[in-house]
Design a protein around this ligand. Structure first.
Ligand code: OSB
Ligand code: MG
Length: 372
């Protein structure tokens, strides 16, 4: 396929309720929507970098800059045989994985549409619905947290992740565990502790958690190894794993026992699948993380999580957990067994709702404006 035009839009989506983590509190979620046009078809991609550099160093601003100045001019009017061709083309650009991943997603969507195959089929996914859970932000009190969790359980979610931060950890998690003794429960610290301060988390080890996600800084792989030695509960890495090589090295040094895979964080779906394949062959459980995606990124996450090695429930909730109105005409709903269906139509299997996009759009750029 030869790319005719690439368009990108900065979107600011109002969240249905504020989302608080150890790195901050959001009332809106920004992203960049990419639209790649070729052979009369359109492919959609979502760059998941946030407005602020709290989760990772990439932001909407850095991604926009890298896409506008380097990636789009290079790829505009280029020939592609396969979406994974992008990796080689942009390898010279250091880092900026979320920017690259956003465009790669759009190429996958386009490729699927051209070949009349869903992403699930292209990836060799084995399941038609995916087990999911909710990532619950820090609430004003443990009592409020229990109420919020109870509400999600009533909606049918069977796995809950609690965001924790210093001074809002053990007491909150204990309250939820006491209220729901058999709940599949896990926590995510988003790098808020150090090896020294993480000792406050030791009581969590007796609460039968599925995993403890990213307790320490993203660069502290060895400290995660030292911490894992002191815990029965598996440590799961999110922020620390930016590539297949990181995944291999983290597992080799026993810095974690589980990996959270996010295509955006690792530079795209191709790399995400490679990490999945490596973990599957080594018997390491993986699950699909979330970045409060719109319907575009959510469809991509569902296709990824349809792969056999995704044996733990993903952070992929129904559309109404995040947004009153989404930018896709499709809304994702929770099934009674705490699953969400994997899209079956070609590519991502979603169509855009231009009326909503109009409302949430902050900026737009097109390669049409580039002079060659
Ligand atoms: O650490 O998993 C994370 C959202 C934004 C940034 C980082 C994370 C998250 C979540 C939300 O936990 C997961 C979701 O999309 O529901
Ligand atoms: Mg996380």
């Amino acid at each position: 396929m030869k790319i005719d035009e690439i368009e990108m839009m900065h979107l600011r989506m109002p969240l249905r309720s504020p989302f608080e983590t150890s790195f901050g509190r959001s009332v809106t979620r920004d992203c960049i929507l990419l639209v790649v046009k070729a052979d009369g078809l359109e492919g959609y991609g979502e760059c998941v970098a946030d407005w602020e550099p709290g989760y990772c160093s990439e932001t909407v601003g850095t991604s926009w800059h890298i896409l506008q100045e380097f990636i789009l001019p290079q790829v505009h009017q280029a020939e592609f045989v396969h979406p994974s061709d992008l990796r080689e083309k942009v390898q010279w650009i250091r880092g900026h994985r979320m920017a690259k991943a956003g465009l790669e997603m759009a190429l996958w969507d386009l490729y699927g549409k051209q070949n009349q195959r869903s992403l699930k089929e292209l990836f060799g996914g084995t399941r038609s619905k995916v087990e999911v859970g909710v990532s619950v932000g820090v609430q004003e009190s443990p009592t409020k947290l229990v109420e919020v969790v109870e509400d999600y359980l009533r909606q049918g979610y069977q796995r809950i992740k609690l965001k924790i931060k210093p001074c809002r950890d053990v007491e909150d998690v204990k309250a939820v565990r006491k209220a729901f003794p058999d709940l599949r429960l896990q926590v995510d610290a988003n790098s808020a502790y150090t090896l020294e301060t993480a000792s406050v988390l030791f009581p969590l080890d007796d609460l039968n958690l599925l995993l403890i996600e990213q307790p320490l800084d993203e660069e502290d792989l060895w400290d995660h190894h030292l911490l894992q030695k002191q815990l029965k509960t598996p440590i799961c890495l999110d922020e620390s794993i930016l590539s297949l090589r990181h995944a291999q090295q983290a597992l080799e040094m026993q810095a974690c026992r589980i990996i959270n895979i996010k295509a955006g964080r690792v530079g795209g779906l191709t790399e995400a699948i490679a990490i999945h394949d490596h973990c599957l062959s080594g018997g390491v459980p993986v699950w699909c993380g979330g970045m409060l995606e719109t319907g575009v990124g959510r469809a991509s996450n569902l296709a990824l999580a349809s792969l056999a090695g995704f044996t733990l429930p993903g952070d992929i909730s129904a559309t109404d957990r995040y947004y009153e109105e989404d930018i896709t005409q499709e809304r994702f709903v929770l099934n009674a067994d705490s699953t969400i269906d994997v899209p079956t139509r070609p590519g991502l299997g979603v169509t855009l709702d231009l009326r909503v996009i109009e409302k949430v759009r902050m900026g737009i750029f097109s390669t049409r404006n580039l002079v060659k």
